[in-house]
Design a protein around this ligand. Structure first.
Ligand SMILES: [Zn+2]
Ligand SMILES: [Zn+2]
Ligand SMILES: [Zn+2]
Length: 230
């Protein structure tokens, strides 16, 4: 773990590490999450000196792992586009429900928002919700007491069911240790991959054996079996 941390120390950029896509945005944006007092935060951290050297006053708020396995660290920004674009720099994939993310970005359903809204303690301002355009990955913050979503993205795409709805939750765990968060997420990603592979195998297991050229009677039986199976 220590060697891994040290390698990260040497590869950390020294400047502001807001996501590159945020630099393209002409509207000035600032961090939406207050940075913690790191001296307090890491007072009991085993590697507090390395944490301070590595991240100090310059850390992001969370991360996501693309379906391809590439990880992207993100910062929650003020304004209408909380994470700017959620697109993978390795494969251009737009953040989807199968991507794995830390609590700053939690995919939820529209039904969950309805449930949140009927809670007696409901406060619209506290309901931090957004959507990501499925075409270009631009994130859009929902606004108003009735949690309004934008109907259309700047890229021209209209809002559909494919747009991932997300809640913006706490950056605390990630702030405490981005590397531990990364390891946890990678483990979840690997488990999800294994599960998908297992599911694929078990789905293909009951496939009937198709023997071509065995006459009409046989091929009808095969066809029937296949139609049942499909
Ligand atoms: Zn990717
Ligand atoms: Zn994905
Ligand atoms: Zn778009």
């Amino acid at each position: 773990m220590l060697s891994r941390m040290l390698s990260i120390v040497s590869s950390q950029p020294t400047g502001n590490s807001l996501s590159s896509s945020s630099r393209k945005d002409p509207v000035p944006v600032t961090r939406a999450e207050p940075l913690p007092n790191t001296q307090e935060l890491w007072a009991n951290h085993e590697y507090r000196h390395i944490m301070q050297m590595t991240y100090g006053d310059d850390m992001q708020d969370g991360m996501w792992i693309c379906c391809c396995g590439a990880e992207t660290h993100i910062t929650h920004l003020t304004g209408p586009h909380p994470f700017q674009h959620l697109t993978c720099s390795r494969c251009d994939h737009v953040f989807c429900k199968s991507c794995i993310s830390s609590p700053i970005l939690v995919p939820i359903t529209l039904n969950m928002i309805e449930l949140m809204r009927i809670l007696p303690s409901y406060e619209a301002q506290r309901l931090r919700v957004g959507q990501a355009c499925a075409k270009c990955g631009l994130t859009h913050r929902a606004t108003g007491d009735d949690v309004k979503f934008v109907p259309q993205c700047a890229c021209g795409a209209h809002r559909t069911e494919d747009w991932v709805v997300f809640a913006i939750c706490s950056p605390q765990g990630y702030h405490f240790d981005p590397i531990v968060t990364s390891v946890q997420l990678k483990t979840r990603w690997q488990e999800a991959k294994q599960e998908a592979l297992h599911l694929k195998r078990s789905e293909s297991a009951p496939a009937p054996e198709i023997i071509p050229g065995k006459g009409l009677k046989r091929s009808n039986a095969v066809r029937k079996a296949r139609s049942n199976w499909i």
